[in-house]
Structures are given as C-alpha cells and as structure tokens.
Design a protein around this ligand. Structure first.
Ligand code: GAL
Length: 333
C-alpha cells in the first residue's frame, strides 16, 4: 500500500508498506526517510537514519538516505575527458567534484508514480547540468518484494556521458540503541581502493588480506576502525571502495542485539563503505536524536569512484541513447 503522509505542497513523504516492510520515502532526492522491519521480538523498528521534517531534506549536507548522482563520490579536480573533449564539473569538495556537484540529484524534486507495492521517481537532468554532457532522463524505482527492498536505476542520455548513481542510506540495525561499531559486516571483496589525503580514489587497488579492510568473514565494524593504518587514518574510519567478488549476496550487515540482518545484492561492481566519519552531532534526526560519528554505515553500491580518471573508465561511460539499468536489493531478516 502506498499513501502520502506529509506534504509541503511540493515535497511529499509517502509511505509504502507490506507485511514485512514499512517504509517512508520522499520525492526530494528519492530519500528513504524510514525503513522498518521486525526485530527478534517481532516489533517493527527502523533500520535507517533520516529526518521527521521535510525541510531538513532541503538543507542537510550529509546525503542522509538520498539518491546520489549524476556521479557518486569524487571526481578528480572536477574534470574529465570524454571523446577527447574536456568537461569541467562543479567543484564542491575542493579540489574535487563530489556526489553530483552544487545541487546534485539528492536535492532535486522528482516526479513520481506509485502502485500498490512500488514508487517510481523520474527526473530530467538538462544537458550540461553541473557540467555533465547530455540530457539525462533518470528513473529510480523502489519496490517491496516480501522482505526485500528493491532499488532499480534506469536512465538514458542524449549524448555520451558518465553516470554513477548510488543510494546514500545510513543503516543502523540496533533499534537506535547503539552506533554501528558493534554491527558485524561481511563483504565479499579481496581488493579495496586506495585514497589520497582528499579521500579521492586514486585507482590503485590494495589487497584486503591482513589489513583492517578484510571483511571476507564477518567482523565487527569497530574491530579495526581505530587501527594504526595509513588508509584508516586518512579517512578517519572507513571511506573506501571495495571491488565485489561475486554477483549476488555480496554484503551482509547484522546486529546481534536486535537480531536483525541486511543482505545486499547488486548488479554494480563495487561498494563504498562509509562509516559516517563526517557526522559530527550537529544534525538533528528522527526522534530528536543528533547524529554523531559512526551512528550509521553507508553501503553505497556503485561503479568505482573517479572511474573516468582511472582504470575503471569503461564502466562509467554511458553512450548516447543506450539504456542504462542497474539494481540493488536489500533483503532484511
Ligand atoms: C560519502 C563519501 C564521504 C563523504 C560522505 C558525505 O559517500 O565517501 O567521503 O563525502 O559521502 O558526507
């Protein structure tokens, strides 16, 4: 069932629910406002950070719960070459372009249509918006399939361009009782991307084995997060891309106290693990809680960051008039 539960005339909060999942989403940035599933006692509790107030989605700068584009993460010096032509993007994270620029998809108000179990958002991004070539028509669909929340991204561009969408939900499965350092995480990945001092992925990969980046078997996120490791110190935690080994069930997050787990399956080749290192206690979320460092964990499925400027270039190029389609499934147990 889908239903508008709050509106300011332009921006709506829409509830979408079935027997297993009670979610609230919004047409600003396709935000996932809340996502409740049953804990071990059979009580519906929230799994994501978000805001009660519509207005906070207009002002927030932490990308909480939103759709990110055109390109997630950083693009070096806000510049890239495509078909021998240089494109200059808006630099909003000096010296780099971050998460789509000055006003990325996270701040756009989308049109939407809903069915009993789904909501499909759409937006037309003008040619040269934020410096990106091509008019890009993009559709983001959220669908409930039993205990699965299914995200599908479809797009088409009028010119050759680059496109790297993701969802920036901060998960916390503890019913708001703790931060995410006690959560267990498993990522099927042998290699992660090295970052520089501006958190830019250089394109260089490192082996996870015998490093804090080894999540090949379930490990508490907090176990190595303060390790004396150059990459951890640079990011102040985890803020790195992992190259995924297989094509489904690549990531599992779980919390023992609530008895909840989340399994992520994606068609995208990488995940950015971000442990909310920039949350600083200054932003007021749901239930009057101020969100602090490590209060959530983002599992941003995407192409490798800064791909157009490194070895992953071919992944991120979207040819003119060629349909783009990718999906990510969050399965809750
Ligand atoms: C993450 C990114 C971080 C930071 C954050 C937003 O996706 O990896 O470096 O920019 O978004 O605060």
């Amino acid at each position: 069932m889908t239903q508008i539960i709050k509106t300011n005339g332009k921006i709506d909060f829409i509830s979408i629910r079935n027997e297993y999942i009670k979610a609230v989403v919004s047409n600003i940035g396709c935000a996932i406002v809340s996502l409740k599933t049953k804990n071990k006692d059979g009580i519906f509790t929230d799994n994501v950070l978000g805001f009660d107030k519509i207005d906070t989605y207009i002002t927030q700068d932490k990308y909480i719960g939103v759709f990110v584009g055109r390109c997630a993460n950083r693009i070096e010096n806000g510049s890239f070459f495509l078909n021998d032509e240089e494109h200059k993007l808006f630099v909003n994270n000096t010296p780099n372009h971050l998460h789509g620029g000055k006003e990325g998809f996270d701040k756009k108000i989308f049109d939407y249509i809903s069915t009993d179990d789904s909501i499909e958002f759409s937006y037309i991004s003008k040619d040269n918006e934020e410096g990106y070539p091509g008019e890009l028509t993009v559709r983001v669909k959220y669908q409930l399939q039993g205990n699965k929340f299914v995200i599908t991204y479809d797009a088409i561009s009028s010119k050759d361009t680059i496109f790297n969408p993701t969802n920036h939900t901060y998960f916390n499965l503890s019913d708001g009782k703790s931060d995410i350092l006690e959560h267990y995480l498993q990522i099927s990945s042998d290699k992660f991307g090295i970052i520089n001092s501006n958190s830019l992925a250089t394109g260089q990969l490192a082996n996870v084995f015998n490093t804090p980046f080894d999540f090949t078997v379930p490990k508490k996120i907090g176990k190595d997060i303060y390790a004396d490791d150059a990459q951890i110190i640079l990011a102040n935690g985890y803020d790195h891309s992992f190259v995924l080994n297989k094509s489904s069930n690549q990531i599992t997050l779980s919390d023992v106290a609530s008895g909840k787990s989340l399994t992520v399956s994606t068609t995208m080749p990488c995940v950015q693990l971000y442990t909310a290192n920039f949350l600083d206690g200054n932003i007021k979320g749901k239930n009057n809680k101020f969100y602090a460092k490590h209060d959530g964990v983002c599992l941003e499925t995407q192409f490798f960051p800064n791909a157009i400027n490194n070895n992953f270039k071919n992944d991120v190029i979207l040819k003119a008039n060629k349909p783009f389609s990718q999906s990510t499934i969050w399965e809750f147990n």
